[in-house]
Write a protein that binds this ligand. Structure first.
Ligand SMILES: NC(=O)c1ccc[n+]([C@@H]2O[C@H](COP(=O)([O-])OP(=O)(O)OC[C@H]3O[C@@H](n4cnc5c(N)ncnc54)[C@H](OP(=O)(O)O)[C@@H]3O)[C@@H](O)[C@H]2O)c1
Length: 251
């Protein structure tokens, strides 16, 4: 199937590694061009170089109110157009209710929540018919994850925001989608398992709760993201798609 990605231009934030990077890789593999971001200049340059000439790196923090305009501007300047954005970002601090400080909540709100809102708002103003806005959220949108209280608090709200946006942008032919990973084998997943005194046992316990009995690979997530962002998914909007090997208990 031709995804129709050739020469389309996407901004992918939080893409120096992990899920954003995997999505950027699959977009480029199918002929798209990408502006990739992360906070660290060196990692951004390295990631863009590894992705090849169809990638351009810009160091930007999703929490920065000026990031959105800068990134859309970079897409237009470097590649001459802007067709969509995938918002990924470092996950919020882990912790149970009593653990998380106001500062952790505020930091996460700025980068995970308000950053995504600002990026989406700017993209919405810039995109034309056929444009797409994607959010990398979490399985916590539907089912709270023990020990990830901030994620459990913020992600469902972002899903609500995404749904509002899908309703508002649909008449302009712009789609809005969410991806809900649960356990994809990235640095973040390994860091979370590493919080347990027995990381390997923690991973095995998680895997035993996944019907496919394994963590997903970044490439599996990336392919799903590339499809959702592509014109091949032209009638999908307002959806939250679990990418979780069946882990979500509802249907
Ligand atoms: N992996 C999973 O299974 C899973 C499951 C549920 C939810 N998620 C969520 O999905 C998102 C991505 O996860 P991941 O596994 O890819 O994480 P990751 O491996 O930690 O990668 C995060 C990426 O985002 C960048 N980043 C971090 N903070 C940023 C900021 N404020 N502005 C711009 N870029 C930033 C990082 O680079 P720098 O640090 O250099 O900026 C890195 O490129 C996270 O929000 C995570 O909570 C992941």
């Amino acid at each position: 199937m031709d995804l129709g990605l050739k020469d389309r231009v996407y901004v992918v934030t939080g893409a120096t590694r992990g899920l954003g990077n995997a999505a950027a890789r699959e977009l480029v593999a199918d002929g798209a061009k990408v502006v990739v971001t992360g906070r660290d200049e060196k990692s951004v340059t390295a990631a863009a170089t590894a992705l090849g000439p169809d990638a351009f790196g810009v160091a930007a923090d999703n929490a920065d109110p000026a990031a959105a305009e800068r990134l859309v501007g970079a897409a237009r300047q470097r590649f001459g157009r802007f067709d969509g954005i995938l918002v990924s970002v470092g996950g919020p601090a882990p912790g149970f209710v009593a653990d998380n400080t106001d500062e952790q909540w505020t930091t996460a709100f700025e980068s995970v929540f308000l950053g995504a809102v600002r990026l989406a708002r700017t993209a919405a103003a810039e995109l034309g018919e056929g444009g797409v806005i994607g959010f990398v959220l979490s399985g916590s949108v539907y089912e709270p994850i023990p020990g990830l209280t901030i994620s459990n608090g913020l992600r469902p709200g972002l899903a609500g925001f995404a749904k509002s946006l899908a309703d508002e942008l649909g008449p302009r032919g712009i789609r809005v989608v969410g991806l809900l990973p649960s356990r994809i084998d990235t640095d973040r997943a390994r860091e979370l398992d590493g919080l347990s005194p027995a990381p390997e046992a923690a991973r095995a316990a998680n895997e035993s709760r996944i019907p496919l009995r394994r963590y997903g690979t970044p490439a599996e997530f990336g392919r799903t993201a590339a499809f959702l962002l592509s014109p091949a998914a032209s009638y999908l909007t307002g959806i939250m798609l679990p990418v979780d090997g069946g882990m979500r208990s509802g249907f």
